[in-house]
Design a protein around this ligand. Structure first.
Ligand code: X6L
Ligand code: MG
Ligand code: MG
Length: 163
């Protein structure tokens, strides 16, 4: 399984995440297989910024991990992502959480994502998609989410109406 985490806390948050998912789905070599609900989440890390909407998607792809990351960064840029303040507000952020069982640590990309297993805003949406599959240390995303306490997470709604 290959899963991505998405977040937005600037502008039309739902529209930004919907636009990112649509662009990923349209990307040659990427198929979006599952899309989670949206969660409204308190900012973690740098807390003096607006609340986020977070979601997760699972994809299948012919792209390598590096090519998938490049696609994510290109979609971020297409949606107006500017990198000013580290950990600051963003129109959209797309992180590769894990790519099958690939373990990788380069300057550009670390897999699995180094801290996803302790972030409630990642685990809550991810748990909808990964079910019984262990995602980290033999634990499911649901188990990790239940043990997680790094910030408030509340179910916000579906990304697309009628979905
Ligand atoms: C100490 C120091 C504890 C730093 C935590 C946590 C830093 C998360 C960065 C940290 C620390 C991050 C999102 C967010 C960010 C998001 C919500 C990050 C990068 N992205 N908060 N904060 N959702 N709720 O997508 O994840 S900044
Ligand atoms: Mg992130
Ligand atoms: Mg990122």
């Amino acid at each position: 399984m290959i899963c991505l985490g998405l977040g937005s806390n600037l502008g039309d948050r739902r529209g930004n995440i919907a636009g990112a998912v649509a662009r990923l789905a349209a990307w040659p070599g990427i198929t979006v297989e599952k899309v989670s609900s949206l969660y409204e989440t308190a900012p973690v890390g740098y807390t003096d910024q607006p609340d986020f909407l977070n979601a997760a998607v699972c994809v299948t792809t012919t792209l390598t991990p590096q090519e998938l990351l490049a696609a994510c960064l290109a979609v971020e840029r297409a949606l107006g992502r500017e990198r000013k303040v580290r950990w600051g507000p963003r129109t959209v952020d797309i992180d590769v959480l894990f790519y099958e069982d690939v373990v990788l640590a380069t300057d550009e990309l670390t897999l699995p994502h180094p801290r996803f297993h302790e972030r409630c805003f990642v685990l809550a949406p991810l748990a909808e998609l990964t079910g019984d599959m262990p995602v980290y240390g033999g634990k499911t995303a649901g188990e990790l989410a239940a043990a997680c306490d790094d910030g408030t997470v509340r179910l916000y709604g579906r990304l697309f109406e009628g979905d």
